[in-house]
Design a binder for this molecule. Structure first.
Ligand code: BGC
Length: 360
């Protein structure tokens, strides 16, 4: 077992602060200036004359981290994984990021390979949350601190191992924000004034709680506000732009002007739907509304241009920062009690009023 003093010290510092306190709580300088057997070997005597910042920039923290992503070919997870890798590398970790190709058997094998290689910690974006039990059993047996990200298993599944934490967002909140964006339009989504909001729902992978809760809570925000709703269609688009385009195209052909709102569980599908909307000669914010989630750069530009009614920031940078902070706490010896194993980052509602603030 390869436990490194620097990591333990970093974890202890973090422990004295709020739970998974974010980037400031685990500043690279504090962490990397801690002495370790490994960093001693790699930091020759002349380094003593350098400033703490210079040492922090040069000396790796020394821990090996395995990162498993459900599939690289996912727009949001690409932003997320790049943020994660940058944060970990900047902190001096040796990072290996692998592509699960949306294949749970493959990912389970990747987790086992990382365990055999003796990684110090794992960050896993499960392919299927229903398979989380297998992953959790494997990391528990190997005693590897593990952070699950983006796809949340149940509290019962996570309770099996106390060196395990989930970092993500409260998916219900993003759905509520989508509904609120529609309620904030001049006609509250009822463009044709017939007393009800007629919508189509383009869903992510329904195995995923984000897809389930966004679908439910976007509509719930409307009904809670007293609006009558009519669901013309609900189809799974599996988070995929092309599928979003196809579903919207078919529905526009079938339901035409009846469609007042297109709810998409994520931005990539919304961008696909936008292509279909434009091809059908419809105009967003005039004769149809369109909302997504994630605040991908492409979507933010469309919000600014008036081609997307709104989106919801799914804050990849903050989630990556939290995931690393939690990982460092686990490495420092922290354990999580049952029912306290989910750490959430807030979503932010994005409309033309604030969209430009989020463009990088
Ligand atoms: C994002 C989607 C992404 C999915 C992957 C969701 O939180 O909104 O864009 O495809 O995570 O699991």
């Amino acid at each position: 077992m390869k436990k490194i003093l620097a990591l333990i010290l970093a974890g202890c510092m973090v422990l004295s602060m709020a739970a998974c306190g974010g980037s400031e709580t685990a500043a690279p300088t504090e962490e990397n200036t801690a002495t370790t057997e490994e960093t001693k070997e790699e930091a020759p005597a002349e380094k003593a004359e350098e400033t703490a910042e210079e040492v922090a920039a040069e000396v790796p923290a020394g821990g090996k981290v395995g990162v498993c992503i459900y599939k690289f070919d996912d727009a949001f997870m690409t932003t997320y994984r790049n943020a994660l890798q940058a944060i970990l590398e900047e902190k001096g970790y040796e990072v290996s990021v692998v592509d699960g190709n949306n294949d749970q058997a493959k990912q389970t094998e990747q987790v086992n390979t990382f365990i055999t290689q003796g990684v110090d910690a794992l960050i896993i974006n499960p392919v299927m949350t229903s398979a989380a039990d297998t992953i959790i059993a494997a990391v528990k047996q190997a005693n590897i601190p593990t952070v699950l990200i983006n796809r949340e298993p149940t509290a019962e599944q996570m309770a099996a191992y106390d060196k395990l934490v989930y970092v993500g967002c409260d998916a219900a909140q993003s759905g509520t924000f989508q509904g609120e964006i529609i309620l904030e339009t001049e006609n509250k989504g009822d463009i044709n004034g017939d007393g009800k909001v007629s919508y189509i729902m383009i869903q992510g992978d329904p195995e995923n709680i984000d897809a389930q809760l966004r679908t439910e809570y976007s509509v719930k925000a409307l009904t809670d506000a007293g609006m009558e709703v009519e669901q013309l269609d609900l189809q799974r688009g599996d988070w995929d732009r092309n599928k979003g385009q196809e579903i919207a195209q078919n529905d526009l052909a079938k339901f035409g002007d009846q469609i007042e709102v297109v709810f998409c569980n994520n931005d990539d599908m919304a961008i696909g739907a936008l292509q279909a909307i434009q091809a059908a000669g419809r105009t967003v914010n005039e004769d149809i509304y369109l909302v997504g989630v994630d605040a991908l750069d492409a979507a933010l530009n469309e919000v600014v241009n008036g081609n997307l009614t709104g989106t919801v920031l799914n804050d990849a940078q903050s989630q990556a920062t939290q995931a690393v902070a939690c990982m460092e706490e686990l490495l420092g010896g922290k354990t999580y009690a049952e029912g306290e194993q989910s750490v959430y980052v807030d979503y932010v509602k994005v409309t033309p009023d604030n969209a430009s603030e989020f463009i990088k």
